[in-house]
Design a binder for this molecule. Structure first.
Ligand SMILES: C[S@@+](CC[C@H](N)C(=O)[O-])C[C@H]1O[C@@H](n2cnc3c(N)ncnc32)[C@H](O)[C@@H]1O
Length: 395
């Protein structure tokens, strides 16, 4: 155990102090805190630790153990400000962008998640402790939607020893339960229908009750989402992203929607533009996107299955707007080259990882100017943010 004075924050908003002449990262502390810390990692150049005598009381009983939320020891406004400061610094570096960054705070920073992923180990059900594989058992999660918390009360009855359970819900409080386990389950899942609206139960990739998908709403459109398709976890935040994108599109635009998932962005934007082509690697997500176009009577959108990087060679590079919404790793060189060789008037980069966003923008800005940057706080109390960056060709 060491005593540490927290002097600043790193880019994950962890407290940073010193011990034995070495830097130590202590999550869940504030600048000015003097705290007892147990060292969990001791490397040559740095150490990590866990605060054992927190200075701040928080509303969640699991916060100091659980690896889910990171920032509950700050007020909501403080947490947003810290995230904004980090983003601003990243953009200021090398003069990438010195303009305003618009901050879109969340209006639902409690109970916003429509999906949680639980681990089960030796009958213990919960989330992983930060940077470990040990389970923090939970009865409730303050950032999950209420219906998910109601469902948490019955999970023990399934008598699963080891595995994972993902719980998804939709606008209508229906639930899709996705279980992976090698255990034999004797539980009669039909019983769930007495107390819950069950869209489906999927066991080891097969629906064993009702369907293997759920239908949710964004931007007043319906989206079929298969059990293994991506969908944003915060519907209000996702609607905000869509608003920003739509405000930057024109009726003559042919848009390319890269990493399109179930088509949420492209289909939501379809009534503002001439045409949409989406590309996505998960087969079920592409099937969903094609179905979603039909379900919403959209006839100007098409979707193709493939790895973005490998598919770009096969399509004509004649779009006047390119939207990219890649996973955390950001864009690969082939995709960046496609953008740089395009005649697109605008690029809209939606990112869940500011580090890779800024890395990619540093290359893309050779040809495009950054017109606006929006930070959307849609993963409240975690250190994550979503950023939407609009670029144009200037003159
Ligand atoms: C951040 S999500 C965005 C999805 C969608 N735009 C939305 O808002 O719901 C990233 C998507 O990229 C897909 N993906 C990941 N790697 C890919 C690749 N190499 N090529 C195509 N799609 C990929 C994932 O399956 C996921 O659906």
């Amino acid at each position: 155990m060491v005593k540490v004075k927290i002097e600043r924050y790193n880019n994950q908003i962890e407290g940073v102090g010193y011990t034995g002449g070495k830097v130590i990262f202590v999550p869940k502390t504030k600048v000015g805190d003097i705290v007892d810390v147990s060292v969990t990692e001791d490397k040559t150049k740095y150490a990590r630790g866990k605060v054992t005598s927190p200075n701040t009381n928080v509303d969640c009983p699991y916060f100091y153990e659980c690896g889910g939320c990171y920032l509950r020891h700050f007020s909501y406004d403080e947490s947003v400000k810290l995230k904004y400061n980090n983003l601003k610094q990243l953009f200021l570096k090398d003069n990438l962008y010195t303009g305003d960054i618009k901050v879109n705070k969340s209006s639902n920073y409690f109970n916003y998640r429509n999906k949680i992923s639980l681990k089960i180990q030796n009958k213990k059900i919960g989330f992983y402790e930060e940077k470990t594989n040990s389970i923090v058992e939970i009865d409730e999660c303050l950032i999950a939607r209420d219906i998910i918390n109601d469902f948490l009360k019955v999970i023990k009855e399934f008598k699963i020893n080891n595995g994972t359970i993902v719980i998804r819900c939709n606008y209508n409080d229906e639930l899709l339960i996705i279980i992976n386990t090698d255990d034999e389950i004797k539980y009669k899942f039909d019983k769930l229908k007495e107390n819950f609206k069950i869209a489906g139960v999927v066991l080891n990739n097969k629906a064993i009750l009702n369907d293997d998908f759920i239908i949710d709403k964004l931007d007043n459109k319906l989206f079929k989402i298969s059990y293994n398709s991506f969908f944003q976890v915060n519907n209000l935040g996702a609607n905000k992203i869509i608003d920003i994108i739509k405000n930057n599109l024109d009726k003559d635009d042919d848009i390319l929607d890269l990493y399109c998932g179930v088509g949420s962005i492209g289909l939501a934007a379809s009534d503002k533009v001439k045409s949409v082509l989406g590309i996505e690697i998960v087969p079920n997500a592409i099937k969903n996107a094609l179905f979603n176009a039909k379900m919403n009577n959209i006839s100007n959108a098409n979707f193709i299955l493939g790895d973005v990087s490998k598919s770009l060679d096969k399509i004509k590079n004649d779009f006047n707007a390119i939207i990219v919404d890649p996973p955390r790793a950001g864009l690969d060189q082939n995709t960046i080259n496609f953008i740089l060789n395009s005649d697109a008037k605008k690029i809209i980069y939606v990112s869940c990882n500011p580090i890779t966003l800024v890395r990619d923008l540093k290359i893309i800005k050779d040809k495009y100017n950054i017109k606006s940057v929006d930070m959307i706080d849609m993963f409240s109390y975690s250190y994550h943010i979503e950023t939407v960056c609009v670029l144009d060709r200037g003159n």
